[in-house]
Design a protein around this ligand. Structure first.
Ligand code: AMP
Ligand code: MG
Length: 406
């Protein structure tokens, strides 16, 4: 097992030991938020017919030559087409068809005049403007044509993508597409001291769990299917190993918290061998969360994080997200960085690499009060981790820093 890796070396190991999950075929509705793994081709032209973009009259541009308010051209109105209707027949020279926005244009027409530039006549119409061929004329297929790549592989299925598919007559409820996989993650928290927040009064020596709540909801925020991997919190190696084994029947990855350090109840060092897991690394040169362990069992990654709530949260972002990005092939899940200017200061020196919570907006990062890895409350409202390089002195106002965006 490797030890004392830098964050970057640890990430290389994660990348080397995690294999992408197979792509999945799902209905489009089920695949919302996923990334397409194939191109989707349009079966139709959109719009399907030549149509009017405004309320007016379809006509021939040549008939409007020289028209103005002073010298209007008078045309015979041969019909009306509203959106959803069809013209009765083709248009001849000297004729106009009243047409509403979205209405199909008659054959023979080559432009549309807005009704404000006419007398809005019903039998005949006076035209007050001269138009060029093609004015206000939307051609079939203006948006896309039959056989066009509507959405290419790599596109995320968001609301706009759904709308495009729908506009091509591809029903999200029934049509299926090949998409990136979405890992299912089991979250297991160890610790004899932990109880559910439903337990009242709090027994002496116990604390309420927050990691299990944090990680399941953080994963779900990222669009991942996350479920608790055990009923009870415990520090019994055999029971924890049994829970992980059962969770691995449905989960693609397991994230645990607690029990990775050097105390007598730091059971993960016993649990992983019980699972026959290959332990890839432990102890990275990072604070908080130094003792995190990365292992693989039955081809599935297990990330065992420190139990301190901020340590678990920070190392989930640093190591868990790249693990999920590799499993899913979805780069959105990976770590995203930005450069920022620090507002405020941080008085500790950082002999080793350190991440602290911060709030990033418009290139500025502000720091909350309270940076201990057991402190949780100051995480509320934070949206980044400030990445402090090893060997840094105190951070001062105005200093440029790197941040990891949450
Ligand atoms: P451990 O990593 O098991 O040594 O735990 C480190 C610290 O984090 C201890 O103070 C634990 O009580 C606390 N802790 C561990 N797991 C949790 C959890 N799920 N929720 C809140 N605090 C935790
Ligand atoms: Mg513990």
């Amino acid at each position: 097992m490797l030890t004392n890796l830098t964050v970057e070396e640890a990430l290389e190991q994660i990348d080397a030991h995690v294999s992408p999950l197979p792509e999945q075929t799902l209905t489009i509705a089920q695949a919302r938020g996923r990334v397409l793994a194939e191109d989707v081709i349009s079966p139709i032209d959109q719009p399907p017919f030549d149509r009017s973009p405004l309320d007016g009259y379809a006509l021939m541009a040549a008939d409007t030559a020289g028209a103005s308010r002073e010298t209007p051209v008078r045309l015979q109105v041969t019909g009306t087409v509203c959106a959803g209707g069809c013209p009765a027949g083709p248009l001849a020279s000297g004729q106009a068809v009243r047409v509403m926005t979205g209405g199909m244009l008659p054959a023979g027409a080559d432009c549309v005049i807005r009704q404000e530039a006419t007398d809005r006549g019903t039998e005949t119409v006076e035209i007050y403007e001269s138009l060029r061929d093609g004015a206000n004329y939307v051609r079939a297929g203006e948006d896309f044509r039959t056989g066009d790549v509507l959405l290419s592989a790599g596109t995320r299925l968001d609301a706009a993508a759904f709308a495009v598919l729908s506009s091509a007559g591809i029903d999200p409820e029934t049509e299926r597409v090949l998409v990136s996989p979405l890992p299912r993650v089991a979250v297991l928290c160890t610790g004899d001291e932990l109880v559910y927040p439903s337990v009242h009064p709090l027994p002496p020596g116990k604390i309420y769990d927050s990691n299990r709540t944090f990680l399941t909801h953080r994963l779900r925020e990222l669009g991942i299917q996350a479920e608790p991997g055990c009923e009870h919190f415990m520090d019994d190696p055999a029971l924890v190993a049994g829970s992980i084994r059962r969770a691995m029947e449905w989960a693609d990855a397991v994230i645990t918290t607690g029990g990775v350090s050097v105390g007598i109840k730091d059971i993960m060092h016993e649990v992983l061998p019980l699972l026959g897991a290959e332990q890839i690394f432990t102890r990275t040169k990072v604070k908080p969360g130094t003792p995190a362990i990365f292992a693989v069992a039955q081809g599935k990654p297990i990330l065992a994080l420190s139990g301190n709530p901020f340590a678990a949260a920070a190392t989930f972002e640093l190591f868990g997200r790249p693990m999920l990005a590799k499993l899913s092939g979805d780069p959105r899940l990976d770590v995203h960085r930005a450069t920022a200017v620090l507002r405020g200061s941080f008085s500790k020196t950082s002999p080793g690499r350190r991440y602290i919570r911060g709030c990033y907006a418009d290139g500025i990062v502000t720091l909350p009060a309270g940076h201990s890895s057991g402190q949780l409350r100051s995480m509320v409202g934070c949206n980044c981790l400030v990445d402090i390089p090893a060997g840094s002195g105190p951070l001062s106002d105005g200093q440029p820093v790197q941040v990891v965006l949450l």
